[in-house]
Design a protein around this ligand. Sequence first.
Ligand SMILES: *[C@@H]1O[C@H](CO)[C@@H](O)[C@H](O)[C@H]1NC(C)=O
Ligand SMILES: *[C@@H]1O[C@H](CO)[C@@H](O)[C@H](O)[C@H]1NC(C)=O
Ligand SMILES: *[C@@H]1O[C@H](CO)[C@@H](O)[C@H](O)[C@H]1NC(C)=O
Ligand SMILES: *[C@@H]1O[C@H](CO)[C@@H](O)[C@H](O)[C@H]1NC(C)=O
Ligand SMILES: *[C@@H]1O[C@H](CO)[C@@H](O)[C@H](O)[C@H]1NC(C)=O
Ligand SMILES: *[C@@H]1O[C@H](CO)[C@@H](O)[C@H](O)[C@H]1NC(C)=O
Ligand SMILES: *[C@@H]1O[C@H](CO)[C@@H](O)[C@H](O)[C@H]1NC(C)=O
Length: 435
Amino acid sequence: MSLKVSLSMFMTLFGLICIINETNGLDNGLGRTPPMGWNSWNRFNCTIDENLIKQTADALVDYGLRDIGYKYLNIDDCWMGERDEQGYIHASNITFPGGIKALADYTHSKGLLFGIYSDAGYRTCAGRIGSLGFEDVDAITYASWGIDYLKYDNCYNESIPERQRYEIMRDMLNGINCISTKRPIFYSICEWGVSQPFLWANEVGNSWRTTGDIHLGWESILDILQQQHKITQYAGPGGWNDPDMLQVGNGNLTIDEQKSHFSLWAALKAPLLLGFDIRYPPTDVLGIVNNTEIIAINQDPLGKSVNIAQSTKRMDVWTGELSDGYVALLFNKAETSITINLNFTAHLNVQGELSIRDLWEHEDKGAYNDSYSREVPKHGIVVLKLTGGTKIKEYPDFIDQYSDAALSEFVIKYGVFVLLLIVIVFQYYIRYFCK
Ligand SMILES: *[C@@H]1O[C@H](CO)[C@@H](O)[C@H](O)[C@H]1NC(C)=O
Ligand SMILES: *[C@@H]1O[C@H](CO)[C@@H](O)[C@H](O)[C@H]1NC(C)=O
Ligand SMILES: *[C@@H]1O[C@H](CO)[C@@H](O)[C@H](O)[C@H]1NC(C)=O
Ligand SMILES: *[C@@H]1O[C@H](CO)[C@@H](O)[C@H](O)[C@H]1NC(C)=O
Ligand SMILES: *[C@@H]1O[C@H](CO)[C@@H](O)[C@H](O)[C@H]1NC(C)=O
Ligand SMILES: *[C@@H]1O[C@H](CO)[C@@H](O)[C@H](O)[C@H]1NC(C)=O
Ligand SMILES: *[C@@H]1O[C@H](CO)[C@@H](O)[C@H](O)[C@H]1NC(C)=O
C-alpha cells in the first residue's frame, strides 16, 4: 500500500510538471499521421497466445505489410493474469508464459512496434483485471516492458465520468515519459463515443473511438459510417477520430464492400488497424490492404479528414483536401450498379481543369472541366485523386438529399392519411364557426 501511495504521488508530481511545461495536455509527439498496424480482437477475440502473436509479427514482415506502414502489433483483451501483492500486473502464465516483455522484445527485433490493451475500469470487457486505481503501477509496468501503444477500454467504469478516468492514465503515461524513457506510448481512448470525446480527447489521447464496436457484416460498416460526418473536423495530426478497427478479410463482405470499407476509413483518417488472420492472407484481401495509393491518402501530412459533400439513400460523395490536391470518393450504397457524378464546384469547391487519377485502377484518367462521372458497382467505391484547379473561397454546404428523400417517402406513404386528418379537422372547424 505504502509503495502504491508513494508511486502515485511521484507519478502525479512528474506528470504535473510535464503538463505545466506544455501548452497541451497531451504532447507525446505521436500520431502525426493515423497509426497503422494489426490488432487481435476482430478475428481472435479472447483466444490469443504468444505463438499467435509471434507468427503475426513474422507475417507482417513476410507479406511486406510492415514496410508499407503497418508497424503496430497490438494485442487486445485477455492477455492478463493476476496482480501480485505489490499490485503489479502479470500476463497469463498459461497463454503468455514467456511474459509480455519477451514478446515486445521479439516484436521490436522485427522492426515493429508493440501495443497492449487495458481498461479504465476495475475489470476489462472480457472480465480480466482492469487498471482503475492502478494507473500508476500499470504505466510503469508498460514502460518497463517497452510498450508503444495502449488501447484503453471503458467497461466496469463505476459510472465515473470518462474524461476524469482517461486523464489519470494520460498523466501517468506523461509522467513516465517525462522521467525517463525515450519510448512514448500512443494513447488510444476507447470510450465508445459515449461522452462526446471529440470535444475533449484531443488533449488526452492520440485517438478516440467515435462509436460502439464494429461487428461483422455490411450493416455495421454503414451504421458506423453514417455517424462520422458531423465530427470529421475534429481529426488532425496528433489526435484522430477512431471509427473502430478494420473488418477487411473477416466475415462475409464482398471484395467491393471491403474496398469501400478500407477506402472510407483511410480517407476519414481513421487508424488503419487490420483485424484478419494475416498468417494466412487471402490474395485478394492482401491486394486491398496493400494499396499504397489509398494508404498515402490516410498518411497525407495535412491530416484532414474527408467530409460528406452529398448524400442520398443510394450514394455518398465524400471529398477532402490533401497536401497536394484533393480526394473524392464515389460510394454506391445501392443494390445495383449506378453512375455517380462528381461536380467540381458543388462537391470539391474547385473551379477549372482538374487532372484525375483512379487509386484502385492505378491509372491517370486525364483532365476534366466541371465534372466527372463513373459507374460504380453495388456497395463499391471509386477513389479519385485530383490535382489542379482553383479553390473557391466559401466551402459549399453539404447537400443533404437523404432527408429530402426521407420526407418525400413519408409523404408518399402517409400523405393520404394526413390529408384525411386535415379535412376532418377543417370540417369541425367550419362547424364550430358556423355556430
Ligand atoms: C468474444 O468472446 C466472448 C467471451 O470471451 C463472447 O461472449 C463474445 O460473444 C465473443 N464475441 C465475438 C464477437 O465473437
Ligand atoms: C499461474 O497464475 C495463477 C493465477 O493467475 C497462479 O495461481 C499460479 O500459481 C501461477 N502458476 C505459475 C506456475 O506461476
Ligand atoms: C460506463 O459503462 C456503461 C456500460 O457498461 C456505459 O453505458 C456508460 O456510458 C459508461 N460511462 C459512465 C460514466 O457511466
Ligand atoms: C453476413 O454476416 C452478418 C453478421 O454475421 C449477418 O448479419 C448477415 O446476414 C450476413 N449476410 C449475408 C449476405 O450472408
Ligand atoms: C499486394 O498484394 C498483391 C496480392 O498478393 C501482390 O500481388 C502485390 O505484389 C502486393 N503489393 C505490394 C506493394 O506489396
Ligand atoms: C455543378 O453544380 C453547380 C452548382 O450546384 C451547378 O450549377 C452545375 O450545373 C453542376 N454541374 C454539373 C455538370 O452537374
Ligand atoms: C477546360 O477549359 C479550359 C478553358 O475554357 C480549356 O482551355 C481547356 O482545354 C478545357 N479542358 C478540357 C479537358 O476540356
